[in-house]
Design a protein around this ligand. Structure first.
Ligand SMILES: C[S@@+](CC[C@H](N)C(=O)[O-])C[C@H]1O[C@@H](n2cnc3c(N)ncnc32)[C@H](O)[C@@H]1O
Length: 289
């Protein structure tokens, strides 16, 4: 297998120390994340809070890996008492943060890793939300991240997570899947993090662990859902080009053009394969009182 980096045009990536994140941090990614939020809302029946929590005035809520803060801003909008809440978003990359007004509810965005949250935040938050850290956290970092979230939650507080599940379509998709697995193995990422999540949550002490698994069509045949889901996932996979080409193509592609062609072919396969689908999986769990 070639290990020499393959030449290509790279997008900007975070320079946070020891970051393992394989997606870029630029305007195009900001736009994708904001669109993805609307799509996911539809996937989950327009709900953005799954945990059975009643938010009270004075409560503090944290989002780890907040990106553009799109979930946090929507959360603020959805609550009548939002002006009495303090909302915190952390991320390893400030370039993605929103340029937002602070007119309703206190909003605080800061740079840090979910694997090492501020010491003074112990038992501060009523709820912590985290979505799509699968392309960032090493297998060894998941327990550390979940125990940091556990530490900063108040007793009785809730964690809510969402990650992509498995997907299926046809032989080209399977080839891409094998390439993605090789990348994830190389970067020590957990492609099956949704399978491991309930046990990981229980292992750090969470109780009342619940899973919500939603299947969505992939491709033109699936109407608006199929198109939006396809566009989002294809954009993610195109954005992983640098990670794959920097690692010499991992034995699957030998040039930027071969990479682009493979993703084009995956896209065509989804459009032509009735029944192609992907899963989105949400979890919530409680810190015991
Ligand atoms: C796929 S994006 C999702 C953003 C947001 N949660 C959403 O759903 O729109 C993943 C985010 O996690 C951030 N990230 C990666 N590693 C992180 C870490 N160790 N701690 C905190 N944030 C991290 C990235 O910078 C990026 O903004």
């Amino acid at each position: 297998m070639a290990t020499r980096s393959i030449e290509h045009q790279s997008r900007p990536f975070t320079s946070f120390p020891n970051a393992n994140y394989i997606l870029p941090s630029d305007l195009k990614e900001k736009e994708r994340l904001n669109k993805q939020h609307s799509m996911l809302k539809r996937v989950f029946g327009e709900k953005i809070i799954f945990a059975p929590i009643s938010i009270q005035p004075g409560d503090e809520v944290l989002e780890t890996g907040t990106g553009t803060g799109v979930w946090l801003l929507d959360f603020r909008k959805s609550l009548p008492q939002s002006k009495d809440l303090s909302l915190y978003g952390i991320d390893i990359e400030s370039k993605l943060f929103p340029s937002t007004d602070l007119s309703a509810g206190a909003l605080h965005f800061s740079v840090c890793s979910v694997t090492l949250l501020p010491r003074e935040w112990s038992e501060k938050f009523s709820m912590v939300h985290q979505r799509f850290l699968m392309p960032a956290l090493r297998k060894t970092e998941w327990p550390r991240a979940l125990s940091e979230i556990y530490r900063v939650l108040k007793p009785g507080g809730w964690i809510q997570l969402c990650e992509p599940g498995d997907w299926s379509a046809g032989p080209i998709t399977e080839k891409h899947k094998a390439m993605r697995r090789a990348l994830y193995d190389l970067r020590e990422l957990d492609l099956e993090c949704t399978k491991h999540m309930p046990t990981r949550l229980a292992n750090v002490g969470f109780i009342n662990v619940q899973t919500i698994d939603r299947a969505m069509p992939l491709g033109e045949w699936g109407g608006q859902d199929g198109r939006e889901c396809r566009n989002d996932i294809i954009a993610i996979w195109r954005a992983q080009k640098t990670a794959i080409l920097k690692s010499g193509g991992l034995g699957f592609v030998k040039s930027e053009q071969e990479f682009d062609t493979l993703i084009d072919d995956v896209e065509r396969e989804w459009d032509a394969t009735v029944g192609a689908e992907t899963h989105w999986v949400a979890f919530y769990a409680q810190k015991p009182l």
